[in-house]
Design a protein around this ligand. Sequence first.
Ligand code: ZN
Length: 393
Amino acid sequence: MSSSETLAPRALGILERLVAFDTTSHLSNLALIEWVEAYLADHGVASRRVPSPDGLKSNLMATIGPAAEGGVVLSGHTDVVPVEGQPWDTDPFKLTEKADGRIYGRGTCDMKGFLALALAAVPDLAARPLGKPVHLAFSYDEEVGCLGAPDMIRAIAAELPRPAMVVVGEPSNMEAVCGHKGIATFRVTVRGHEAHSSQTQLGISAVMEAVRLMASLSALAERLERQADPASPFTPKHATLTIGQVHGGTAVNILARECVFLFDLRCPPGMDPEAVLADFFAEASAADAAMKARFPQAGVEIARRSNTPAFAPETDGAAEALARRLAGDNGPRRVVGYAAEAGQFQQAGFSTVICGPGSIDQAHQPNEYVERSQMERGAAFMARLVDWASADG
Ligand SMILES: [Zn+2]
């Protein structure tokens, strides 16, 4: 038997190391990756990088146990959201446990806590013959649109004997979560033609054109709300569309040369964001043509920034069944409002579940913390996973 009593303190020691690496998404994560590589090598586990195109960041994959089909992938992201402008009471990159049983630090719950638990299981996994492989899959750039994982998921699908399932350790209070919405984000750039604001016949205001387009998105958002599927398990039930940022114009009396706005569309599983936006795209392209007819440099350009697929509850999902067994979770089926890499793994054909320590309520917040009791539940999960993967398990 592997013991969660030894696994929990080991995980906290690892968490302290992981939190100390500032892996805010815009920075390199390579120092953390090197540390993990060395840790794995110390336990005789080989690992392989799947680097970012610019080489400044990397995913990391490793397999413990037999090169055989089946087994499980433990997946988590190494990046964290920024601390800038947040009022922290402690050093966000120094793990700090307080008397209330809360362990503070950036990434403690989202989601270095899970990475630490997975790594803490490695000595126990490496010390005994395994009947099924346990794969580690650590990504970069999750927090900026799940950008790093797709290359690694392709590598897992192409290079490994097919794993049976994937556990994504996003914070879920160590309960099994079996669905999330997808997120597609877009940047719309409207270029006008500057002129004195009294001479509207001599120019095009990019802001005025952008307002028209934003009004149709606003109408679309209302339509999506009215079209909500009453059976949807999500809160809110419908697809949501919001414009999060607008920048445009230089002065009140100048027809604006440029206006840029960003919007995100979050669709429940089964809804295609491109189809939802088809009419809007057609409208934007008509506006683009009309503007170019007056001024060739004017127009509307739409760029997709990210597209994270939705994660749909599975019928008889193997991953959900395993996570429930290891977590001792007999509760109702749950879905969450945030998006993660679970949809990407599922899209690649893997049975997937989300299960990790901590609450999403603490994620991205100042004074982010994970409760010690959550890390202990996570350690018990990993100890049972070691037994499950063992040849005699
Ligand atoms: Zn996360």
